[in-house]
Design a protein around this ligand. Structure first.
Ligand SMILES: [Zn+2]
Ligand SMILES: [Zn+2]
Length: 209
């Protein structure tokens, strides 16, 4: 029983760390520690891997909502009024192969299955914010104030969590995948940390006729 396996979480899994009483996204191992990051981004912290457990849906949602609220653009809260306009918008679809999208979409589907309209709306808001932040160029999303910088494309990067190797910043996700396949084939390493960076420009809102 003491022999519980390490590396028990997929990168991006939202876990609960009792030492800090916080919920974070599992980023991989850093020496003897597990590296966690606040849901939605922020400063990473180290946790004892053996003490972690998967966060409950409730914990994940409240951590996500906190993250969303703390970074809401120019102070305006995204409307998350429970069940005001059910079914008027279909809700964002997860981006393929994005753990965070999958997680948030699963949260939404859970809420929908429970007929919890409030939790469903919250999950949709989180998914929308996450996609606006990480997939804007991919999905052609726009925010009224934060406009994707078309002159600087997104950068994709994957780093092995089992050795210092990394793909470096690439212009296309397929290049990162090719690197990852090659590295796994050469080394057997199977755990990676993936990041997508995109550039955006803040524009003051100008009314267009
Ligand atoms: Zn995503
Ligand atoms: Zn490696």
């Amino acid at each position: 029983m003491a022999e519980s396996t390490e590396n028990q979480f997929e990168t991006g899994t939202v876990v609960y760390d009792p030492a800090s009483d916080s919920v974070g996204e599992y980023q991989g191992k850093a020496g003897p520690y597990a590296l966690l990051r606040p849901v939605g981004g922020g400063r990473e912290w180290e946790a004892r891997p053996q003490s972690l457990r998967p966060a409950t849906p409730g914990e994940r949602l409240s951590a996500g909502v906190r993250a969303a609220n703390s970074r809401s653009f120019h102070g305006s809260q995204e409307p998350s009024a429970p069940g005001t306009d059910p079914g008027t918008r279909p809700g964002p679809a997860p981006v393929r192969d994005c753990a965070a999208c999958d997680d948030l979409a699963a949260l939404r589907d859970d809420a929908r299955a429970r007929h919890d309209g409030s939790a469903e709306t919250d999950a949709d808001v989180l998914l929308r914010r996450h996609q606006l932040r990480y997939h804007a160029p991919l999905l052609g999303l726009r925010d009224s104030a934060l406009v994707p910088d078309a002159s600087a494309g997104a950068e994709y990067e994957t780093a092995c969590t089992e050795c210092p190797a990394g793909s470096g910043a690439r212009r296309h996700p397929a290049d990162v995948e090719a690197w990852r396949h090659g590295h796994t084939r050469e080394t057997g390493h199977a755990r990676y940390r993936r990041t997508v960076a995109d550039y955006a420009v803040y524009e003051s809102q100008v009314s267009v006729p």
